[in-house]
Design a binder for this molecule. Structure first.
Ligand SMILES: Cc1ncc(COP(=O)(O)O)c(C=O)c1O
Length: 375
């Protein structure tokens, strides 16, 4: 049996007619830039998240860039973030001319460790940028407490966490600004790139809206230097269809995660995801951990089970950040996570047989490695 890490065709097939009708309507309307679907999607997504403002942009990367710029962050400023994330998190900080300051992660949730943040705050620190990695909120209560003490804004990188919540409040409404990605592999994904900024702050919303359209409110009048980062009408139309199904997809992923949690409970050499109380995890990724990760990966390859390494190298050790002077060993938890974690298929359309097959193959691997150990 061959199982991919993600099967977008399985997601699209049941809603194929609806998506094609929405796309055709956009083609027929010929309103390709900022057509009515963009505002309709902003309303639907903003209501879903519970944010006063939702500003659709061209990608999750742009959502981060424009959020930093909306806060006026640039050259000479520092932004505290995690070393264990997709590159865009730190790349956006560097791209506005600021310095990413990395703080190691919690070993169980893989999210930034709030206890380590205060020690890295300097007079140059202008924001804290936690990531809700794999679809689980970072410890926002503690992050907001330290941010509040130092009067710092918090930008949530919620690219992987559309619909995740903590104590009933959705990711993207907990800090000053929330950044989302609608990359096709996200729980809510378009047919290409897309992103969104959420905020409850009217002034930040206005700045973000201006920045995404060359810094003007009126055509050809530019009060600040912005960029072109609008969400295509076509993507908005597709996302408007897909957002209706998002809760069911989250529940499907959570059901599959529960299945694996139970199936793997007896395997001592395998750690399943840890979910903090009051967190609603949406499992954009189901990530397990093992000291024998590389052997496990070879086994998955042999069994034709899709997997991914999120992420093979931490951000503080990326070549492009060598100027920051970090060394191996500086962020031991992030470095260990890079060596020991692997993401397994968890998409909602997985069948019972596929779930059983994945569980069986993993059990088989750990049984044979523990037998080898005991010989
Ligand atoms: C944590 C994180 N931040 C930022 C991004 C960037 O989003 P995009 O690919 O839409 O630019 C992604 C997604 O790829 C991500 O996973």
């Amino acid at each position: 049996m061959k199982i991919p890490l993600l099967d977008l065709k399985a997601q699209h097939d049941p809603i194929d007619a609806e998506i094609k009708a929405a796309v055709l309507q956009v083609i027929d309307q010929a309103n390709y830039i900022m057509g009515p679907e963009v505002a309709q999607f902003e309303k639907a997504a903003g209501d879903y998240i519970g944010a006063r403002h939702a500003i659709a942009v061209a990608s999750g990367t742009d959502a981060l860039l424009l959020s930093l710029r909306a806060l006026g962050i640039g050259v000479g400023d520092e932004v505290i973030t995690t070393p264990y994330s997709f590159f865009a998190t730190a790349g956006a900080i560097a791209n506005v001319g600021a310095t990413p300051v990395f703080v190691d992660i919690e070993p169980d949730t893989y999210n930034i460790n709030p206890k380590r943040i205060a020690a890295r705050i300097t007079p140059r620190t202008k924001a804290i940028l936690p990531v809700h990695l794999f679809g689980q909120c970072a410890d926002m209560d503690s992050i907001l407490a330290v941010a509040g003490e130092h009067r710092l804004p918090v930008i949530e990188d919620a690219a992987q966490a559309f619909g995740a919540h903590h104590k009933g409040r959705k990711a993207g409404t907990l800090g000053s600004l929330g950044c989302f990605s609608f990359f096709p592999s996200k729980n809510l994904g378009g047919l290409g790139d897309g992103g969104m900024i959420t905020t409850n702050d009217d002034a930040l919303a206005e700045r973000a809206r201006m920045l995404r359209a060359h810094g003007g409110k009126e055509k050809y009048m530019h009060s600040i230097v912005g960029t072109n980062s609008r969400l295509d009408t076509l993507q908005a139309a597709v996302l408007l269809v897909k957002i209706k199904y998002i809760d069911g997809w989250h529940e499907g992923r959570r059901r599959n995660a529960r299945y694996f949690d139970n199936a793997f409970a007896g395997i001592v050499d395998l750690k399943t995801p840890v979910v903090r109380p009051a967190n609603y995890h949406i499992y954009n990724q189901y990530v397990v951990r093992s000291a024998t990760r590389d052997l496990l990966v070879a086994h998955l390859k042999q069994c034709e089970i899709g997997y991914a390494l999120y992420y093979p190298r931490p951000l503080h050790l990326q070549t492009c950040f060598s100027y920051l002077g970090y060394q191996p060993g500086d962020m031991p938890e992030a470095e260990a996570a890079c060596r020991e974690t692997v993401a397994l298929p968890v998409y909602p359309e997985l069948t019972d047989e596929q779930l059983q097959y994945i569980a069986f193959r993993l059990e088989q691997f750990f049984l044979s490695t523990s037998l080898k150990k005991s010989l």
